[in-house]
Design a protein around this ligand. Structure first.
Ligand code: KE4
Length: 427
């Protein structure tokens, strides 16, 4: 790790924490970050030339694997036209059309540059559209770092939240209620009491930021029913699940039609893209067609559009998701078998090619359950897996992502490493 350590020492002098996004610093697992030289398929190669089978996939972005030749070729082709014009170009229309045709709830969509921008803009749109201020989110769901969404649940259920970070004014947090994920009763009671004040309910339809937690039956249906009754906007944050769980996202799998959907990660094919979209009656309120302001210098830039267009078109191959499902189920079953063989109980969850490994014996249905995980054991597991050339997220509260580039031999090697590491973890 000599080169990574040298780079990290230099980075720490120039960049806060030596990284451009906190989780990359590997603080919660007490490890030094690897500096990555390149990616190819399902593999990453670090600054010292070491090879890893990767399950982060740039946090879910690289569903095709790294450096896909057709995506690279498309980027190189568009590069000859330019990198950003700050003016409309055909590629923005093409990507918007692919997403609108793929996701039934989308009439219109606005491109931005990150998932945070997408959710921040969706919240502003919902507040402007309903002329209400209060929003509801769910503990353990992460929607990016906009002030209104960087909050922690208040002391009691459904009480107003407290700032989740210094710098977030109490007055901002006061407009956000954070409820336990999957707690249908708490949500119903809150909406019955104050639904007429709620501008929006924002949710990860399948949660990937507390580890992988799926919605229980009727949870999403109840959000839809009560928001419709109250005239509140239902926002599905599909930054992670969009085009990951199916071409139509989690909403098409669960048969729920949100009012606004946020996208990111996969739709940019590895370049910075976010987006928010929905029914025309709401989206037409966004400037310049309506009064609700949102803008961006690099929004819709041709390179990012090209990467997204090619990526999404490759996802439309007839058996793409079926093949991904088979690989993901094979990994899930292998990990469960490894846990039994090692006599080391863990809770394994999976939704399509999103997989969660919790160091707890409890079934994890919300953030409180996820927090019963043994973080010290997870940290040991993370480091041992990395030493064996398997690269997973450096946090118990993240998700593993399987890509189309993972082959059977990669997954078999991963299952073997899981077994060996579980036999070595000391609790
Ligand atoms: P970005 O602003 O990081 O593009 O997207 C924010 C976001 C919004 N919504 C969901 C459901 C997300 O998962 C994210 C970002 N995900 C994290 C991984 N858990 C990004 C990794 C990081 O913060 O470095």
């Amino acid at each position: 790790m000599k080169n990574s350590i040298e780079l990290f020492n230099k980075a720490e002098k120039l960049i806060p924490g030596g990284v451009n996004s906190p989780v990359r610093a590997c603080k919660s697992v007490g490890a030094a970050p690897l500096f990555i030289e390149k990616g190819k398929g399902c593999k990453l190669f670090d600054a010292d030339g070491a090879e890893y089978i990767d399950y982060i996939g740039s946090w879910g972005t690289m569903i095709l694997g790294y450096n896909h030749p057709q995506v690279i070729k498309e980027i190189e082709k568009v590069l000859q036209r330019g990198t950003s014009f700050g003016a409309p170009c055909d590629l923005e229309v093409t990507l918007a059309e692919i997403i609108a045709n793929g996701v039934a709830s989308i009439d219109k969509i606005r491109m931005v540059n990150s998932g945070t921008e997408a959710t921040m803009s969706a919240i502003r749109l919902a507040r402007g559209y309903t002329k209400r201020d209060a929003i509801i989110k769910f503990d353990g769901c992460y929607h990016g770092h906009a002030d209104s969404l960087l909050v922690e649940a208040g002391s009691g259920v459904a009480t107003l939240s407290i700032p989740g970070s210094p710098g977030v004014p109490q007055s901002f947090a006061a407009h956000t209620i954070s409820l336990p994920y999957n707690d249908i009763k708490a949500f119903q009671e809150t909406m019955i009491k104050q639904g007429d004040k709620i501008a929006a309910v924002i949710v990860e339809p399948v949660a990937g930021n507390m580890g992988l937690v799926k919605p229980i039956p009727e949870f999403l249906e109840t959000l839809r029913e009560y928001t419709a009754k109250a005239g509140s906007v239902l926002i599905f944050d599909e930054v992670m699940t969009g085009f990951r769980l199916s071409f139509g996202g989690a909403q098409s799998l669960y048969g729920i039609t949100p009012d606004i959907t946020c996208f990111g990660k996969i739709i940019g094919g590895g370049l910075p893209v976010g987006a928010y979209g929905g029914k025309d009656k709401i989206m037409s309120q966004v400037a310049p067609s309506g009064p609700i302001y949102q803008a961006g210098t690099l929004s819709g830039n041709p390179l990012a559009m090209a990467a997204g267009i090619k990526t999404l078109s490759l996802l439309q191959k007839p058996d793409f998701y079926q093949k991904l499902e088979e690989k993901s189920a094979y990994l899930e079953n292998g990990i469960k078998t490894a846990s039994q063989k090692a006599e080391f109980p863990i809770f394994v969850s999976r939704a399509g090619s999103m997989l969660g490994i919790f160091f707890t014996e409890k079934e994890v249905k919300n953030f409180a359950d996820a927090k019963t995980s043994n973080l010290k054991a997870f940290a040991q597991f993370y480091k041992k897996m990395r030493d064996k050339g398997i690269y997973i997220a450096p946090s118990q509260f993240e998700t593993l992502f399987i890509s189309a580039a993972h082959q059977k031999e990669d997954i078999d090697a991963t299952i073997k490493a899981v077994y060996e590491c579980l036999t070595q973890v000391k609790i």
